[in-house]
Each structure stands twice: as structure tokens, then as C-alpha cells.
Design a protein around this ligand. Sequence first.
Ligand code: GLP
Length: 245
Amino acid sequence: MKIYKAKDYNDMSRKAANIISAQIIMKPDCVLGLATGSTPIGAYRQLVEWYNKGDLDFSEVTTVNLDEYRGLPRENDQSYYYFMNENLFEKVNIDKNKTFLPDGMEEDSETACQKYNEIIHSIGGVDLQLLGLGHNGHIGFNEPGIAFETETHCVTLSERTIKANMRFFLSEEHVPRQAYTMGIKTIMSAHKILVVVSGEDKADIVRTAFLGPVTPQVPASILQLHNDVILVADEAALSQSPELC
Ligand code: GLP
């Protein structure tokens, strides 16, 4: 695992955006696995800035997102479809037909997951997968206890995740209870994985995930077994893991 220690959130965002833009420059028709949550927003902002300067071209890029809430319409401003449009897709020259997210409005979870697996297989897998890190070690929406062998599946969100994501909704009752997410097996199949983490509130889980035992109880710990992972974290997030620095 390569580790880049960033000074703060902005530095982390710029470093992460540099890695993503290097991928696009090296392989213009690459497949990017994208993430939501608050952590990657700064990296997306930086990519948009470089695109506006004429330094980046998304016209051949394909994207697959990690996850989507089940039952939330695309127009809902908390859907991940909305998030991606708002933070990236509407602001760069990406072909919308080449951007994919699980269909949160497909009621039949088996159909939703099967369709998404087919999409991921048909585009030939992911070149660079961007990941945030949940406080309980979740990646995508793969909550503690999840089997490492899964592809796209429907999950019931843990209480901790519902509470963490409550800040984006009117109240706790409005947070969807389920989501469709790429599985760990899919995530681990990406050629390269870029994990972004910021803030002192993540210091504990950074230590547990990257220095603790590999266990389904901490889904992100599986990343220790991937041969091309880059962790870009700020000083606060790395504050309990001096061994990683
Ligand atoms: C969410 C998303 C994850 C994200 C994580 C951390 O629930 N499903 O993909 O990485 O939580 O979010 P944040 O970056 O806001 O801390």
C-alpha cells in the first residue's frame, strides 16, 4: 500500500485529484469507479477546475458508482445520482450514457443487483476505484459482517451509518434504510484502488482498517490484501497510525 500524507482536507483533495487525472491522461477511455460521501467532494471540485482550464478530457471516460440508496428517486437531492451530477457529471464533458449507478428505484433487489453486475462486467471492470471510509469501516455500503465474496447486493444500513448520514437529511426517519452497493469482490477486482480519508474522527478506523486484522467485521481491512492500493489521508486521519507515515 502506498500512503500519501496530506496536510489537510484541501491537500488530500488535490493529491487524490492528481491521481485520478493521471489515470485519465494515461488511459483516456478508462473506467473510473466513483464514490460519494463528503470526503471526495474536494477532489471532484479540483477535477472540474482542471477540466475548465483545459487540462482534462472526460469524453471517453466511463464511470460506475459504488452505491445508491434503495427507494430514493433520482431527483431527490440526497440520491447519489443527484450527487454525482451536481459534483461532477454536469460540470465536465463526460458522456452521460457512460455513467452508471445502481437503479435505486428498481424495487426488485435481485433484478437491480443483477443488472448492475452485468453493467460492470460488460464494461470490462474498473481501472481506478475511488473509496471513502465509513466510521465503522464500511466501503461503499458494505457494512461490518459482510462476506468478502459478494458482488452487487442489497444492504440494510447499520444504525451507525444511518446516524452518520442523517446530517444530509431532514431527520433520521428520512434516511433510507437500505441501499444497493457494489460488493467487496467487485471492489477488490479493480486494478487500482484510491482511498481518501480526512479528519480526526476517522483516525481510529484508519488504524483499525489498515493496521488491524483482516476481518469482515471491518470491511475496509480487506484492502490490505489488494496489491495496488493508494491511501491519501490527511494528518488528522493518520494521527493514530504513526506506523503508516
Ligand atoms: C457513505 C457512503 C460511502 C462513504 C462513506 C463515508 O455512507 N456510502 O461510500 O465512503 O459513507 O462518507 P464520508 O466521506 O461523508 O465520511
